[in-house]
Design a protein around this ligand. Structure first.
Ligand code: GUN
Length: 281
């Protein structure tokens, strides 16, 4: 069984991105800039944002974090986004989710200039991705896709099963696999026989948020299994895949932690650089 080392893959991607930033700097005399807006003091969000900032600095991006208290008015955030939209030194804007209840998430997402939307959440980018046009691609599915391609460079004709239909993960993941000519089945909590669907799959991406849902006898021998889950349990953090059981069957599997997680942040840096490059044409 191949244990897919997301930490190593992310470090390799960051090294490539660092070189690319250096080349862009000498060509354009400026570097891509990432601005993150963090609202409130949720600990996981603070940790994510700190890691994003650290990684952005490591590859040589200009990085800025704007912090607001939980009580900030929606209008203040929307005005800040407008200001960042017209700031030429800002290539990418990310508003860390979740947001406080009084702020309309969709309004915030739609306020971001689609060409600076490094999350790929703006309806324009969602539409472009599903139409096969150039777009920002949500960071977690992009990270999953790059890990899958390392194991299976030719995905054409493979059967992929995506477990979970969220806008963040399941839906964009489906689009990426379709683009690679996979036959994709998207499953969810109302799917009748999830085990039978998974048993058909050459590739399984589990992004449903249910601890250890995918069991050993759900997985075909030689399947590639990607675990997006981060679930807090009494036994610590576990994924959506039962690691011990599935590792006995699968051809390749991502661990949790150390699989998809590190790739997500590296892909955010990639998206920032890609937004910068598109803005220079
Ligand atoms: N919170 C958890 N994951 C994400 C993400 O990918 N993007 C944003 N903006 N917030 C998040």
């Amino acid at each position: 069984m191949i244990l897919i080392d997301g930490k190593k893959a992310a470090a390799e991607l960051r090294a490539d991105l660092k070189q690319e930033v250096a080349q862009l700097k000498s060509k354009h005399n400026k570097v891509p800039g990432l601005t993150v807006i963090l609202i409130g003091d949720l600990t996981p969000s603070q940790i994510y944002v700190r890691n994003k900032e650290k990684s952005a600095n490591e590859v040589g991006l200009k990085s800025e974090v704007i912090k607001y208290p939980d009580s900030v008015e929606e209008k203040t955030v929307l005005e800040k986004i407008q200001e960042l939209n017209s700031d030429e030194t800002v290539s990418g804007i990310l508003v860390q989710l979740p947001l406080p209840k009084h702020i309309d998430k969709q309004k915030v997402i739609e306020a971001i200039d689609p060409s600076k939307d490094v999350d790929g959440f703006h309806p324009m980018n969602v539409g472009n991705l599903s139409s096969g046009y150039e777009s920002s691609i949500p960071c977690t599915p992009l990270g999953c896709y790059l890990l899958i391609k390392k194991i299976e460079p030719n995905l054409s004709g493979k059967k992929a099963v995506v477990v979970g239909r969220s806008n963040l993960n399941g839906k964009p993941m489906t689009q990426l696999l379709l683009k690679e000519n996979c036959t994709v089945t998207i499953t969810h909590s109302k799917t009748k026989d999830l085990k039978a669907e998974c048993l058909e799959a050459d590739i399984i991406v589990a992004a449903v948020g249910i601890p250890e849902l995918v069991r050993g006898d759900w997985v075909k021998k030689d399947a590639v299994v990607i675990d997006v889950g981060i679930n807090k349990t009494d036994d610590g953090i576990v994924g959506d895949v039962h690691f011990d059981e599935v590792s006995k069957n699968a051809k390749a599997l991502t661990p949790v932690p150390g699989g998809v997680g590190p790739m997500t942040i590296a892909c955010l840096l990639k998206n920032t650089i890609d937004c910068f490059k598109r803005s220079q044409i």
